[in-house]
Write a protein that binds this ligand. Structure first.
Ligand code: MN
Length: 289
């Protein structure tokens, strides 16, 4: 099942070239987390076709998709989780040494959104990644049980400033986590360790790899992350990026596409970019005597 949010927070399921508006299945007031998060928590399973057909239909081509999870409880990231990406970075450590990191949940935007570059004089990079959406609460999840905790998969861009700050700062700017276009449930994706991923900037290929090359595969990421923090329905794990990471600039169009999952397109703007030295803090910071 392909399920997502469209046209102002409607909950939609794609069937062939039609989107069924199943918003009525979720009994919850509007909230920043959106109706899909609620549906996942409620244990919404596959919706049979005869049930789908009782709900309003919209032609797929007329739908404007939004982030399926606009405010996840947690966005967990995996640093340096492909050797080919480690080899292009200054440090040879991997996810095994780094562990995982967190991104601000307010950094999410949806398909068609705009990444806003924060600094004129600092490089900001694209990182195309497979995102795992957690379906079931768990702590200390065993490797063999890990995939039972997955609701589904979507595409994510883990946008990152290359600078001196901590990862959680460099990756948490508003607009730095494009997510979507929808979530494909785990049953429909099959083996998440065998998905081809491609990323283009202005139609030029920058990243092309497969999740078969992940150092920590999806089960290891879930088992490890849940040894640190309780995973909850609607949490998102960005699984790491392959090689080909590079800078994005004003006017760029970035597309990440993953087999059996979908394609996510966003644009880039520098209208709000400032010099790094002008950021709040340094000018008025206490200086050592
Ligand atoms: Mn990343």
């Amino acid at each position: 099942m392909r399920i997502g949010l469209f046209d102002g927070g409607r909950l939609g399921v794609v069937h062939d070239d039609v989107v069924h508006d199943v918003s009525a299945l979720v009994d919850a007031p509007p909230s920043p987390e959106g109706p899909l998060a609620q549906a996942i928590r409620d244990g919404l399973g596959d919706i049979p076709l005869h049930v789908l057909e009782r709900h309003p239909r919209v032609p797929l081509q007329d739908v404007r998709w939004e982030a399926p999870l606009p405010r996840p409880g947690k966005i967990i990231g995996a640093p340096a989780n492909y050797f080919e990406h480690v080899d292009e970075m200054p440090d040879s450590s991997t996810v095994v040494e780094w562990g995982v990191f967190l991104k601000a949940s307010t950094s999410v935007i949806g398909p068609g959104g705009t990444i806003r570059l924060p600094y004129r004089d600092r490089r900001t990079d694209h990182e195309g990644e497979l995102a795992v959406v957690i379906g079931k609460t768990g702590r200390d999840i065993a490797l063999d049980d890990a995939l039972d905790h997955v609701y589904g998969y979507t595409c994510v861009l883990d946008i990152t400033v290359r600078s001196t700050e901590d990862r959680s700062t460099r990756k948490s700017f508003d607009t730095f986590t494009p997510l979507g276009p929808w979530v494909v449930t785990a049953d429909e994706v099959g083996d998440p360790g065998d998905l081809e991923l491609r990323l283009t900037v202005n139609d030029e290929e920058r990243q092309h790899s497969s999740t078969s090359k992940l150092i920590y595969g999806i089960p290891e990421l879930i088992a490890y992350a849940s040894s640190v923090m309780t995973l909850e329905p609607g949490d998102v794990i960005a699984t790491g990026t392959p090689s080909g990471v590079g800078p994005i600039a004003d006017g760029d169009v970035v597309v990440v596409e993953i087999d059996r999952v979908g394609s996510l397109r966003v644009s880039v703007s520098d209208v709000a970019a400032i010099p790094h030295a002008d950021r709040p803090g340094p000018r008025t910071a206490l200086r050592r005597e």
